[in-house]
Design a protein around this ligand. Sequence first.
Ligand code: SF4
Length: 607
Amino acid sequence: MFDLNDKDQLRTAIALIKELELELPLSGSDLRQLQKKYTYADGRMPSKADLISLYKQLAGKHNLQPYSEEVVAQLRMKPIRTSSGVAPVTVLTKPFPCPGQCIFCPSDVRMPKSYLASEPGAQRAEHNFFDPYLQTYNRLQALYDMGHHIEKVELIVLGGSWSVYPLPYKIWFIKECFRAMNEFGKSDDRESLVSFYQQKIREISQLEKVALTSDSKLNEQIFSKYQPQQDSAEEKTYNCIVEELFAEAEKKVGLSSYQSADWSELEDLQHKNETSRLRCVGLVLETRPDLVDENEAVELRRFGATKVQLGLQSLNDRVLKLNKRGHTVDQSARAMQLLRQAGFKLHVHWMPNLFGSTPELDKQDYLKLFDDDRFKPDEIKIYPCSLIESAPLMRYYHRGEWQPYSHDELLDVLSFCLINTPEYCRVTRVVRDIPSFEIVAGNKKTNFRQIAQQDMEKREQLSQNIRAREIRNEKFKLNDVVLDEVEYSAGSGQEIFLQYVAEIEGVKRILGFLRLSLPEDSAFIAELEGAAIIREVHVYGQMVELGQEADGKVQHLGLGSKLIARAKELAQEASYKRLAVISAIGTKEYYRERGFEDSGLYQVADF
Ligand code: SF4
């Protein structure tokens, strides 16, 4: 960075920002020219994040023009990251035993089960000692430095099976994420936390035990001899190794007691977050279907969760059994039913090419997902099974019992899935983003969604799923915006998917939507008794700061309020006594302003 206390460097920095202002609007090559022209003393080019930071410090001073959001927008890197209106922050829990024995699941004892140390999100977690405060704060800082707005945060907690971690650890984990959001830009505990972890690592090594450091190279060296061996007859499992390596040592040095909290501590920080500058507008937790019952659904809600990621993987009991999933299709259906009743958004994982499946079986399975009322997810990740060295599937592969689909077979299955996804569902990912060197056999292309889309375009086919229709920078006329209501049965009731759309070049581009559940069953949560439930409200557009005006942006057309008003009408017409909403901690104020009152774990408007 330029040292602004140094007169020469300050002069250079001012000249750079002046030229930047003159050159607007910038093309990619204009920007690169500028970066090359104003290098640092050591010859390095300032990054885009450096330019944004510099611009924020200097705008409006030294005869430079006042601060303008447009300049930051031009410099902003990867604008797609916050284009759906929220800043996503993904955090990982620490390595911990998982009750699943899924044969396709990789095992790396440095990671929570199923994650690979080479995945970008996993690397960030490792660099932060898997500490939730450090992960959240540092991710927010990185997004902020890249010029993104971070006022509305979607917190995505990944790692093994959330439900099996000890309750005090889970409460502490979420509490620390909230603490980071609440403290961001006001106070900063990062330095003292890093010292704390370093001290604990020293204490663990004095016990002659091994500890995870924040240095991935070092961890790789330390832990290579502890990794489970798939070809050994006396194979020690991931669960067993993780338990032996970490549990006792963490207890002895007091790490376990630090990593625990009670509900009142969490609730206190949740309460503060309701009016904090950075608010949690969505919290996502992931678990297995067989771990979901009524109590679990209530507990997920107490954490403030609004969406649950559920690993269904297949709707075929034979395939589930062959892959040692440890749960049945009926258990998946039951979990979906309970979570829908509790108002959660349902985000499922589904895997083609599992051991024992075929392209034809996969296609039938995918159709069942949306034909069978017990499922019908709101979002889906389609992760074709990949062969990873550390997964038991290696043995099946060596015995010739499992083969990855060919490129054409996979293309056929994935295109079929995209075409057959209904318009109320969002395909969030196609193919897991695993570095290609980790994949022993099979597809290594992470852009398979584009490949499938191009293939579909050639055949003049179009996916109707939400992601394919989200409005991005397309221009539309207000007169062309219409409210479309898609009704379908799901669970034991009806769902209405209300979407504001504008037809652009033959595609119903989606500007915002609301998911309304009209359940028939009596709810197992008292505050939802007799209630229709808003499970999600989402309005698209580049995120704008809370309370800030941004004329012409989709988020300022009042679509959210209009969708809620229409949901109220529909619930009343269907004779419900009340309308409940599964609000996130940081959206409670928004719903209070729209006539909802706090009621236990939800907010409700009585009729
Ligand atoms: S439940 Fe998930 S994390 Fe656990 S073994 Fe199966 S795939 Fe891996």
